[in-house]
Design a protein around this ligand. Structure first.
Ligand code: NAP
Length: 310
């Protein structure tokens, strides 16, 4: 089978398209014929070696943190799935990933794919969708009427987070650049702030929940606009606890793993038409370098798809 692997850390030139044997599965696993993967920032962060200190994986490794596909084989102890089912999932970062024609995954890392969307669309949901759900629903426990600020509302995580928060009846404010203002409004934001011409920290007050997907100085500014007792959750970096104490808010960094339960929740909302996947660009498998470079540009609007099967 064809795969995209790295043997060393570095820029996109270290990406190698390689033939590998189709994996064998254990009793609690599924063999997936992958239709599409999506490109996430974590893919090039792994490739660059930024996650080295976390000791999550060793090289060489096949990249790819989410997939859509069809079940080809079912392990002996697996319940609830059968050969031919369409599934989507976020595999463990510790093992070979989804930039591959076949993927061996734990059955509890997968869920049935929403019936109303394509393979390309389904591949965009797992990692970003789990991150948006875990931060807003499980950690922040967003409630109807709360003021929720999404930093980078046009990104992969942000574009799903806006829809999830709207679905829960929140008042949603998103930041983005001028080129994405209309896009973010259409996603459902009640208020959109163009970060190129306005400083959100001068304009906003009384924010209950901040979902920060950018980190650094922008994250620090966000503390100033929060209500006391609010919560800031970041997918980008560990927030500054001293700042949180100063402003009387809670803060947390999350690093999400596989989560079939969240994927089942998302499937329901997608099938009800309440959440829509957002694809920016679709790349051919052979163009994986361009796909990762595009992700690394930080300009993706929604998600980037890597088509494994045309
Ligand atoms: N910890 C976890 O478990 C986890 C899970 C998922 C993602 N993440 C991390 O979360 C971050 C976001 O991921 P992602 O997939 O959403 O990234 P992404 O799709 O690559 O984000 C790109 C978007 O960021 C926007 N952006 C860039 N600078 C901005 C700014 N200053 N203000 C507002 N928007 C800005 C861009 O909008 P413009 O073009 O309009 O600037 C673009 O739409 C990454 O660091 C990723 O690694 C972590």
């Amino acid at each position: 089978m064809k795969t995209v692997r790295i043997h060393e850390y570095g820029n996109a030139d270290v990406l190698r398209i390689e033939e590998m044997p189709v994996p064998k599965i254990a009793d609690d696993e599924l063999l997936i014929k992958v239709h599409a993967a999506s490109i996430n920032p974590v893919d090039w962060k792994v490739r660059e070696g930024y996650l080295k200190e976390m000791h999550l994986h060793s090289l060489p490794i096949t990249l790819g943190q989410d997939f859509s596909g069809t079940i080809e084989k079912v392990g002996n102890s697996v319940k609830g799935f059968k050969v031919g089912d369409d599934v989507y999932g976020r595999p463990s970062i510790e093992r070979d990933g989804s930039y591959a024609e076949y993927l061996e995954v734990k059955a509890n890392e997968c869920a049935l794919m929403p019936k109303t969307i394509t393979y390309d669309e389904a591949a965009t949901i797992p990692l970003a969708g789990i991150a948006a759900w875990e931060t807003l629903i499980n950690k922040a426990k967003i409630q109807k009427g709360q003021r929720v600020l999404i930093l980078a509302a046009s990104g992969g995580v942000g574009s799903l987070a806006v829809q999830i928060a709207k679905n829960r009846g929140c008042y949603v404010i998103g930041t983005t650049s001028s080129v994405n203002l209309d896009f973010v409004k259409k996603l459902g934001c009640d208020e959109v702030i163009d970060y190129m011409s306005q400083d959100f920290s001068q304009r906003l007050t009384d924010i209950d929940v901040v979902l920060d997907t950018i980190g650094g100085e922008i994250q620090e500014k966000a503390f100033k606009v929060m209500k006391r007792g609010g919560i800031l959750i970041s997918t980008a970096n560990k927030p500054n606890q001293e700042m949180a104490n100063k402003f009387g808010v809670r803060c947390e960094y999350v690093f999400v793993g596989p989560n079939a339960h969240i994927l089942n929740e998302l499937r329901t909302l997608i099938e009800m038409g309440q959440i829509h996947p957002v694809i920016d660009k679709v790349f051919r498998f052979e163009d994986v370098k361009q796909a990762q470079n595009y992700s690394q540009s930080g300009k993706a609007r929604g998600k980037i798809v890597l088509e494994v099967v045309k």
